[in-house]
Design a protein around this ligand. Structure first.
Ligand code: ADP
Ligand code: MG
Length: 273
């Protein structure tokens, strides 16, 4: 089993995760992830790609401490993750905004949790709202916003909480191409500025290449680490120009091949009882 690199902040060591599903009186157990190992360095931006159902969200849930592995270990810092990991901010696939609070109220929540000085709170909220382009919507409730706008509020909420590590699960999937590029660009800038550790799940290979230092390819069913490929582009990056670079196309193709075909996934996932 590969040991985590020196200076790694997050490490998965031989992680297997199973889920039991009840069908009436019968319970079947499925393996979601089998023997997955990889690590993430402090300040590194790692993208996880893989097709739907390959276990990407499960990986983030394990790092966030919302799930525990059935075999193997999940380490954060030098310690095993046991219970909710408060060092991470988690932007889940669904936005999880509080429906009875306005945008402003949703962004106030992490500041209250963090005990940020009261006098600074309005300024912090205004600044993050400007960043995500939602200044005019501060008094709206989540139900009054489009899916893309809600995702931007969720991004703002994570940023305002200011965690050491950002876990992001297909955060910009619902956005139109232009907005997506602009938020990717913003995230890249933010990373330059603050050097957060980021684990970014996406099925968009172009997005993974544009943003990450390294791409971890999840493939198969159950999912496992198929390949880990460093991204050869330096920083700061021009997210807009990058996709016309021949090295971008070559890497895109390599990732595509590493993902494997759906036929390979037809391997029996059910755990024999
Ligand atoms: P991805 O994010 O790559 O689409 P997931 O991590 O969500 O994949 O899921 C991996 C597999 O585990 C899927 O087959 C999914 O159905 C199963 N799974 C995930 N969460 C649960 C759960 N809470 N209960 C039962 N099965 C689950
Ligand atoms: Mg998912």
């Amino acid at each position: 089993m590969p040991r985590p690199a020196v200076g790694s902040l997050i490490a998965l060591e031989g992680v297997t995760k199973e889920f039991s599903v009840r069908h009436g009186r019968r319970v079947t157990t499925h393996r979601a992830i089998v023997d997955a190992s990889f690590s993430v360095g402090r300040g590194e931006f790692v993208a996880i790609v893989g097709r739907s159902g390959s276990g990407k969200s499960t990986i983030l849930n394990l790092i966030a401490g919302l799930l525990a592995p059935d075999r193997g270990a999940v380490l954060y810092g030098a310690a095993r993750v046991a219970g909710v990991n408060t060092c991470v901010g988690y932007m889940t696939q669904r936005d999880n905004l509080v429906p009875w609070r306005t945008v402003w109220g949703n962004l106030m929540l992490p500041l209250q949790i963090r005990h940020a000085p009261r006098s600074e709170r309005p300024r912090l909220i205004e600044s993050v709202l400007r960043r995500v382009g939602l200044t005019e919507f501060s008094r709206h409730y989540p139900a009054q916003l489009s899916g893309g706008m809600r995702q931007r509020v969720a991004l703002a909420r994570m940023l305002i909480y200011d965690p050491e590590t950002l876990l992001m699960d297909e955060p910009f999937g619902a956005l139109d191409e232009q907005l997506k590029l602009s938020l990717q660009n913003y995230l890249e800038m933010l990373w330059e500025e603050r050097r957060k550790t980021v684990v970014y799940v996406t099925h968009d290979l172009g997005e993974a290449i544009a943003l990450a230092d390294r791409v971890v390819v999840f493939a198969g069913r159950p999912g496992s680490v198929r390949e880990q490929i460093p991204v050869p582009f330096g920083r700061p990056r021009n997210i807009y120009a990058l996709r016309y670079d021949p090295a971008f196309t070559a890497l895109h193709r390599r990732l595509w091949e590493a993902l494997g075909s759906p036929e390979e996934d037809a391997v029996q996932r059910q755990v024999p009882s």
